[in-house]
Write a protein that binds this ligand. Structure first.
Ligand SMILES: Nc1ncnc2c1ncn2[C@@H]1O[C@H](COP(=O)(O)OP(=O)(O)OP(=O)(O)O)[C@@H](O)[C@H]1O
Length: 525
């Protein structure tokens, strides 16, 4: 036993001796370097290279990590026994991803890569302005060295793009509005958002199918037109002006466009914006793939008469004096011209608005749609209507017969051929004369939606009544116009006036005689 302890002591002595020599000859720095050297040596002969994509990059969230996670969640080849399920904020879909230390092969342009999800426990809480998660997560991408160029060149961009697409498809649209009085929220953002769940789509929208098809094709061309805009040197944006009477579906069209493209909506309340620079800042804070809407542009603010109203100093003053006088004496067609783009520093101008939609500032970011709506296109400044400003003017008309068929299908389940021929003819005859909006028609259909036949009859009656009223109104208007014309002509030509008066007097005299005869007849009877 004694021998054993003596041997152990000498072995430990020798170990301590060698360790001190190792420390002297190979200090820790050198050991680390030699380890690295070993790694390099190993890598030199390895056919692969590895890329780490950590969830937190310093203290910021690594967008690439989130994108990879989303991208891999769409992969049909995920077959593990244990998958992680997530449902993001404002998302109505559940996505699944790789669990701890799972691996997945992916192929891109004939190149195969391996993704590994690595989760480790975070050792100690490093100092950070925000608490870091307890787990350290990341992806390791293994790529063959010969494929490095392809992967770094386009694969990661492809992953980012695909992830954006998945996010848009899974996530609810957001509806933003600019905060009251230009105030900023807790994140310093001038826009407030709520999930956008408007159910309007191009299928539910009642309008002429040919016109609808044209708009949808235009939107798709725009959304897929990155290469075209790049090639032609144009900013990747498009402007639409929706005009027509109230209740013809302008707001429904905006929602349908957003749902069709999967874009968010920024509903810009112009009366809450006080300066052109505020307007610019708002634009800078909008994301790409969005629709920026200014509803009722004709009454949002008096843009045309800004210079005249500058004395009043505030937008509200301008709003009260909303007489749409088109005699502004600065050239609104030239952004930033005339009054210098700012009006006393506290009000926005038409040139400011045009800069917002048209000028250099409209190009920060990409893929943006500007959408103006108005019930009174005739009140808009011609500068806003000039070609090139708004790429497409869309007239939202009263309900036509083809549009009615869509409403009958959506509300009552009527399909092609379900409506009797005679009824169809009757509808066709009154539709255009009645000038009823889709909103009015929807009301009638909703009221009777449990009794299809009654709904159709009531609608037909309502349309006939309206058509009758309209034709009477037209006759009265025509007579009024004729009298007005006669009076005008009489004023212009006094001689004719005398004859006219004479005729009237004569007619008046004849009428008197007739009346007298009538009274005599009555007396006799
Ligand atoms: N073209 C349409 N297709 C389907 N439904 C419509 C259409 N137009 C109007 N409606 C119905 O009428 C309601 C009001 O329509 P909407 O608000 O879109 O009209 P608007 O033209 O924007 O009116 P306003 O000018 O008063 O804002 C909608 O909720 C929708 O149910």
């Amino acid at each position: 036993m004694k021998e054993f302890w003596t041997t152990l002591a000498s072995v430990m002595g020798v170990w301590a001796f060698f360790q001190s020599i190792l420390h002297t000859v190979f200090p820790p720095e050198l050991r680390f370097a030699s380890l690295k050297l070993f790694h390099r040596f190993f890598n030199w002969f390895s056919a692969y290279c590895y890329y780490d994509i950590t969830e937190i990059d310093g203290v910021n969230t690594n967008e690439l990590y989130n994108a990879v996670q989303l991208y891999l969640s769409s992969s049909a080849s995920i077959t593990g026994n244990r998958l992680s399920l997530t449902r993001g904020l404002n998302s109505s879909a559940i996505t699944f991803g790789l669990s701890n230390n799972d691996r997945l092969m992916d192929t891109y342009n004939g190149v195969t890569v391996l993704w590994e999800h690595i989760v480790t426990q975070r050792q100690a809480q490093t100092f950070s302005w925000r608490p870091l998660p307890e787990e350290k997560r990341g992806f390791t991408l293994r790529v063959k060295k010969k494929d490095k160029a392809v992967i770094l060149g386009s694969y990661l961009d492809f992953v980012m793009e695909k992830a954006g697409e998945i996010r848009r498809n899974n996530q609810d649209r957001l509806l933003y509005t600019n905060s009251r009085g230009g105030s900023l929220d807790s994140r310093g953002h001038p826009w407030e958002s709520v999930p956008f769940k408007h159910p309007s789509t191009f299928d539910t929208l009642a309008m002429d199918p040919a016109k609808k098809g044209e708009i949808m094709a235009d939107l798709k061309d725009f959304a897929n037109g990155e290469a075209f805009y790049q090639r032609t040197g144009r900013a990747w944006k498009r402007g639409y002006l929706l005009y027509g009477p109230p209740g013809t579906g302008k707001s429904s069209m905006i929602a349908a466009m957003a749902n069709y493209l999967g874009y968010d909506i920024y509903d810009l309340e112009l009366t809450e914006v006080h300066t052109n620079s505020e307007l610019r800042k708002l634009l800078m804070k909008t994301s790409s793939k969005s629709i920026i809407v200014i509803e009722d542009i004709d009454c949002s603010i008096n843009l045309t008469n800004r210079k005249k109203n500058s004395g009043s100093g505030t937008n509200s003053g301008a709003r009260n004096n909303n007489n749409h006088n088109n005699t502004s004496n600065f050239d609104a067609s030239v952004p930033g011209s005339g009054n210098g783009g700012e009006d006393g520093g506290n009000s926005i101008t038409l040139s400011g608005l045009l800069n917002f939609t048209d000028g250099l500032w409209s190009c920060c970011g990409s893929e943006r749609i500007f959408l103006f709506t108005t019930n009174h296109i005739e009140k808009l400044d011609p500068a806003l209507l000039r070609s090139g400003r708004m790429d497409m003017h869309i007239f939202m008309s009263y309900c036509s017969f083809p549009a009615l068929k869509i409403l009958l299908k959506n509300y009552l389940g009527y399909n092609k051929g379900d409506l009797e021929k005679d009824l169809e003819e009757e509808f066709k005859q009154v539709m255009d004369k009645a000038e009823m909006t889709p909103a009015d028609i929807s009301e009638v259909l909703i009221k009777n939606r449990r009794d299809k036949e009654r709904a159709v009859w009531e609608l037909l009656e309502a349309l006939k009544l309206r058509a009758d009223k309209k034709s009477k109104e037209m006759m009265i208007n025509a007579t009024d116009l004729e009298v007005e014309e006669q009076e005008k002509r009489a004023l212009e030509n006094p001689k004719e006036n005398g004859e006219l008066q004479e005729n009237c007097d004569k007619r008046g005299g004849d009428d008197d005689l007739e009346n007298a005869d009538q009274i005599n007849d009555e007396k006799i009877n």
